[in-house]
Write a protein that binds this ligand. Structure first.
Ligand SMILES: [Zn+2]
Ligand SMILES: [Zn+2]
Length: 120
């Protein structure tokens, strides 16, 4: 099956967000709102895994050739996977969710961040 056939939208099973396909040529596999994914791939994009467990974001990893990736851990089987952060596309990953994953925003609520940026 062509890669384009797999690059399509989905409904997030964790938060119910209506997620559309990436428009930057990449392959979307996680929700831009809650950053959760579903364990469906053996290799990225192949949808051959029967697990179908919810993959929760567990942290960030940096690969020199690829950039920042979100590390996911499967709730059902414990498998780990890393996926590029979606940016420069329709529906980019929520920067507050990504920053919270990085550990820097645990104490700061989104409303506070909004207040800070309005002061500029
Ligand atoms: Zn979601
Ligand atoms: Zn799994």
């Amino acid at each position: 099956m062509a890669r384009e056939d797999e690059n399509r939208g989905f409904i997030c099973i964790n938060c119910g967000a209506n997620v559309c396909a990436l428009t930057n040529g990449g392959y979307r596999n996680h929700c831009p709102v809650c950053l959760c994914s579903v364990h469906v791939d053996v290799r990225p994009g192949d949808r051959r895994n029967e697990c179908r467990g919810l993959m929760r974001p567990a942290g960030l990893a940096y690969r020199r050739k690829k950039g920042w990736q979100i590390v996911h851990v499967c709730e059902r089987c414990g498998a780990r996977g890393a996926n590029l952060i979606a940016e420069r596309t329709a529906q980019p990953d929520d920067p507050v969710s990504v920053a919270r994953l990085a550990g820097g925003l645990r104490e700061i609520e989104p409303a506070v961040i909004g207040t800070i940026s309005r002061r500029r």
